[in-house]
Design a protein around this ligand. Structure first.
Ligand SMILES: [Zn+2]
Length: 86
């Protein structure tokens, strides 16, 4: 079981969170211009690389904060990510 470092609550059990996938994926700017195959690829396929991956996590059973972490997909080492407000 992983312990996820929520920026607000601190380290909490993985069961309190939902992982929303790779954070570096870019949603197509013009969805109407995309082919069905491109949308399918965006929605259902992830790169799933070995090593460090930046991911979105949602503390759904806690403070409800969305945040990013860098997680090594091999060792599960987790590093918090500082995200500046836009
Ligand atoms: Zn939290």
């Amino acid at each position: 079981m992983l312990e996820i470092p929520c920026p607000w609550c601190g380290r909490r059990n993985e069961s309190e969170f939902v992982c929303a996938g790779e954070a570096d994926r870019k949603r197509p700017i013009d969805p109407e211009a995309e082919t069905e195959a491109a949308w399918t690829d965006y929605l259902y396929n992830s790169a799933n690389p070995k090593g460090l991956v930046r991911e979105w996590w949602w503390h759904v059973n806690g403070c409800t904060l969305w945040f990013q972490i860098d997680r090594d997909t091999v060792t599960h080492e987790i590093k918090p990510v500082e995200v500046s407000p836009k």
